[in-house]
Design a protein around this ligand. Sequence first.
Ligand code: HEC
Ligand code: HEC
Length: 454
Amino acid sequence: MIGRRSIPYLRSIVYVRNIVYLRSITSLRSNAYLGNIACLWDILRLRLLYLPVILIGISFLSISFLACIPVVQPACAAALSAAELTAIELPAAEPSTTGLSAKEELGKRIFFDEQLSEPKGQACSECHFPDAGFNGVGDVNITIYEGVMSGRYGFRNPQSTAYTSFSPPFHYNYMASILRRGYVGGQFWDGRAKDLVEQAKGPFLNPVEQNNPSGEEVARKVCQSSYANLFKEVYGMDACDNPSAAFDMIADAIAAYESSTESNRFSSKYDWYLKNPKKYPLSKQEAFGFEAFTKSLCFFCHSSRPGQYSDKPLFTNYTYANMGLPKNPDNPWYNMPPSINPAGKDFIDYGLGAIVNDHEENGKFKVPTLRNVAVAPPYGHNGVFKSLKEVVHFYNTASFPDLWPPPEVPENVDRIGAGDLGLTEEEEDAIVAFLKTLTDGYTPPSSSVPTHSR
Ligand code: HEC
Ligand code: HEC
């Protein structure tokens, strides 16, 4: 298991490193790029300093860190914010999809195959529809999707199967623990699947989803399908001989499709803008929204710059946070029979906390990508928000007394970039306009399409 508690002294080192890290940014905040370089240097340099740092007394520095973090954190944020505001020139985004490889094509056939449920009729794509950014079907009135068995529901809003292939395998990261978000990566809202291959097997067997009795049964269906030859072409003529191994191959093919350029298109207006801000500018309102997004520190979790997982911005850093979302009273899970939901209406979704069995992680959910978010309502792990405007208004005012129902899990609520942002109505609307620039499939007006020499 992830030995977070087993090596607590490492955590103290992170605290120590943090003080220097954050202070370096404070002193350099007039030049944010320099500040970022200094941060990186500090991180590298401090790796060499672990031993002396331990010697000069972890406990003293930990206490001083705790005392000063509220002061330096906003300064760090301001420095990063300034850097965000500078337009970045990136290598060309690839707005058009290239052809799929044989394995990706196989994964696609499986992903869209309605025969692979029990009874037949439900494909992965039913809850991960391409036009809705592979995130539900984009119908605001459907929060929780019914499984293939009528009347059976899970308790969460689907996530996007796009841009999730960049999520690293689930792990604990001491650097990320700087902001109390040490767990990173994995799949699902609560990170319970280590990676995409492990994830892909889940829905086939989940009784509230495709409800197959076994992986072998799914393999048998694929081996009798119209694309069985493609399956053998990719995994060998004997691929169907061992149904248990074949189930692993099926998951592998799905993961390949989820990692393909058809799933991860990077073809939004924002991608075109990054490619060439002068030629493909954002509108005035969108640019104002980007400023407000940056000023509000949304990028802390929904990174709008290239990062360690991709050379293009993913609008998530795959960490986990409790944004204090209220319960969604319309969640059909509350009315499921006690055999499925013994807690009834008192059910509480602890997210990551229940998976790692640590109350300090209660209420935390994986930061979703904001790519294609405009076409994928409703929002949040429980679908409590119906519109983007509502989400942004919540972030802006969540800590105002009596304006919102209490958080489902009041512990560990994160108030960086949320709570009381002081945004005007105009800024809220502009953030929504900016989020709409993240929808894939954008075609720039013909006058701005570059002309190719023949
Ligand atoms: C009945 C609806 C439904 C079906 C069918 C379904 N899913 Fe999902 N999917 C969900 C929900 C709901 C979640 C979030 C569940 C959670 O976090 O507990 C999810 C989460 C995921 C995730 C995690 C994404 C992330 O960002 O972590 C992936 C990947 C995924 N599904 C792929 C698939 C694949 C592949 C199939 C078909 C084999 C499939 N799903 C079938 C509803 C569905
Ligand atoms: C501390 C990290 C963090 C910050 C900062 C943050 N978010 Fe989020 N965001 C999350 C997490 C975690 C969720 C999922 C919460 C849940 O479902 O419980 C989320 C959900 C969302 C969603 C819903 C997406 C979906 O697919 O359901 C939107 C939209 C969003 N955030 C926009 C923003 C905006 C705009 C800002 C800045 C005002 C912002 N976020 C700041 C972590 C963050």
